[in-house]
Every structure is written in C-alpha cells, then in structure tokens.
Design a protein around this ligand. Structure first.
Ligand SMILES: *Cc1c(COP(=O)(O)O)cnc(C)c1O
Length: 374
C-alpha cells in the first residue's frame, strides 16, 4: 500500500476533494494487475463525478494506454483540453455524422449498421465493433454478427475504415453469467476472423472482472470504478485490491442547537431525539447530489465523531444528532472519503441509500467547491 495523500485543511463551506495522486496510484495498480493487456480508463460522466479532464491526466500519468467515454461530446472535450492519447467513444446520437470525431482521431464504438455506413462515408475512421453478449443494451445482436463482420471487412478492404477493435460488456450479475458472455464473445471472435477481420484490440472486461476474472482480459481491459479507488464488489473494501478512494465530500457545521427530547427534526419530523441533545446543521443536501434516501440512515462524521443523518435530507441541508458531544460552528464534517482516514466510505453511503457506489460518486456536485489535490 502506498502512503495516503495529505489532504489540505477544509477551506470551503462544502467541498468535494479529488485526490489525483490516489487516482494515479489506482491506475498504476490496475496497470500491473492486467499485465500484458492494454488498459483503457473510463472517464465518462465527468470522470464518475471526479472531473473528466483531471481524471484523464492522472490516469495517463498512471500508465493508462487509452481513455474511454460514452459519447463524442465528451471525447471532444478531452481533445480540446489538449489530450492526445487514444480515446474511444461508444454511445452515439441519432444521425451523428462522425466527421468531427474522425477529424480529431477519436476511435468509435459501432453498434449499428447505420453507424458503420456513416463512418465509412466519412472515410479513415478507426472503429471498435460493439457486440451484445447479454446486456440487451447497445451492440450488434448475435443474429447480425456474421453479416456485419462481412460488411466491415469489405469496408476495411476498400480502405473506408479500420476495424481496430471488437468489444462487448458484461453484466456483473454472477461469475457464471460473465463466463457465459465470454463464451458468446469467443464465438463472435471466431466469426469475425472467418470474415477476414483481425482487430488488434479485443476487450470485454470492466472493473469487476478485471479484479476477479483475469481470464477475460483479452488484449485490453476497460476500467472505470477501480480507477476512482472504489470496489465493484459489495462487502469487499477497495484496500483489498490496493485501491484508494479518490473522492472525499466534506463540509463545515453551519449551526448548532441544543434541543429537548421529542422535538421534530427536519421535514416530516421523521426523527425525534429521545433525550435532550445537540443537533449540528450541515449545509449539504440533494442540491449537492446527497441522496434523500440517506435520510435517517447514512453515516456522517462531525468533528471526528461518527453519527448518522437525523431526519430527512433536504435540498440544502442535513441535521446530525451529536448527543452531548462538544460541537461548534465551523467544525469539519465528512460525509465519505477513504475509510483508511477513519471516515465513512462511499460504499457505506451506497448501502444506506440502497444504491451502488457508482451512483454515489457520480451524482456529487451542486454547490460543492471542487478542491483538486495534485
Ligand atoms: C462504464 C463502462 C465501463 C467501466 O465500467 P466499471 O465497472 O466502472 O469499470 C466499461 N465499459 C463500458 C462499455 C462502460 O460503459
């Protein structure tokens, strides 16, 4: 395990702190784990809430070979920021022309015949054919594989495009399901070869399978969550894999009030303290992406003391019952961060809110001031 980064003292009313050295460390860790496979780091959706361009740069510093985003708009933002590394984008708008993407050297995931023909029309695009091996989302359906491989090989032979990759995505449902998807994927690769395709980059795995099923690495692995130092497996701490959470959400106590037993706390009075107590008011709410589902359940640390959200999460604020602890306006509050620092984890928030940690980090924003640790 590497050293924890020293985070700066809290300087804003509410902050999201991004520990870029941790991100670089995580990517280096995954780089070693996937061995000979190329490593694509996924920075879509504002880098899972961590900031897309900062995350991309930190990932490249850790040895990422590729960056991945959902759509071309995100890919162009990376190019506009001066990032020249290979970028793959795979979710396209209807009637996308692809001319700009190809001009800026963005590799394109292709899921439909329409996309394939439009890209061929522009000329000189690099494509990765996306296959559906079970998720029923995008990607070519198995019934279309033979035909699309034949057509792609024809377009490649005619110099209209280059088939650089073939990929699919697994469901994370169960190891057996992911192994079954890999079997389907292998069948597709056979068909592709017999159609005359010889793509250099074959990729199926994302974070979960990269950590647990190295047999599915093929020639590239696409990693999102693990790069942000989070575990895709319930009940397994990221530290088990040598990963460090990159995001910390913290704030300062805005007000403190001593109240008698039985008072109603926050909207709907879903919380009433059973004894006289001290309530701390924290200026974050669903305006910052804090899920309302965390009401009365999610962990919060105030002035180093662990507690729980008391009553409803509101748009701008939450209340924390501090009992008889000495709490003052301005005391530091941590919603979640790296549990190695003794604070609640994003995974605990996810469990309290009955969601996954992907959603917890990706939705953080609103009035949080971004503090980037370089
Ligand atoms: C988001 C995404 C990933 C990354 O998944 P993680 O579980 O975060 O590693 C990989 N591939 C595709 C196609 C994706 O959409």
């Amino acid at each position: 395990m590497s050293e924890l980064t020293a985070l700066p003292p809290i300087a804003h009313f509410r902050e999201v702190v991004i520990d870029l050295p941790a991100l670089t460390h995580n990517v280096r860790t995954m780089r070693e784990r996937v061995r000979d496979a190329a490593l694509l780091v996924v920075v879509k959706a504002n880098g899972y809430g961590h900031g897309m361009v900062d995350s991309a740069r930190a990932a490249l510093a850790g040895g990422a070979d590729w960056l991945g985003v959902a759509d071309i708009t995100e890919a162009l933002e990376l190019r506009d920021a001066g990032i020249t590394a290979p970028v793959l984008a795979w979710l396209h708008a209807p009637r996308e022309t692809f001319a700009m993407a190809i001009a800026r050297d963005i590799a394109l995931g292709v899921s439909t015949r329409d996309q394939l023909e439009r890209i061929a029309e522009v000329g000189s695009g690099r494509i990765h054919l996306k296959l559906d091996t079970g998720l029923s989302r995008n990607g070519f359906a198995p019934a279309d594989w033979a035909e699309v491989f034949t057509r792609a090989a024809e377009l490649e032979a005619a110099g209209r495009l280059v088939v650089e990759g073939i990929f699919s995505h697994v469901s994370n449902t169960h190891e057996d399901e992911d192994a079954a998807a890999a079997t389907e994927f292998d069948r597709a690769l056979e068909l592709a070869r017999s159609a005359g395709l010889a793509p250099e980059l074959i990729h199926l795995s994302a974070s979960l399978t990269a950590l647990t099923m190295p047999a599915l690495n093929y020639s590239m692995v696409r990693v999102g969550l693990a790069a942000y130092g989070l575990s895709p497996i319930d009940g397994r701490d990221p530290s088990e894999f040598g990963l460090r959470p990159v995001m910390t959400v913290r704030s300062q106590v805005a007000a403190v009030r001593r109240v008698p037993a039985g008072v109603g706390v926050s909207y709907d009075y879903t919380y009433r303290p059973t004894t006289e107590t001290t309530l701390a008011l924290v200026p974050v709410g669903y305006g910052e992406g804090v899920p309302r589902a965390g009401s009365n359940r999610a962990p919060v640390q105030v002035a180093g003391i662990s507690s729980t959200v008391a009553g409803r999460v509101a748009m701008d604020q939450i209340v924390v019952d501090m009992g008889d602890a000495a709490v003052a306006v301005g005391d530091e509050v941590v919603l979640f961060g790296d549990p190695a620092r003794g604070v609640p984890s994003g995974a605990q928030w996810a469990a309290a809110c009955e969601t996954n940690v992907y959603e917890i980090v990706t939705r953080m924003g609103g009035r949080l001031t971004r503090v980037v640790v370089e």
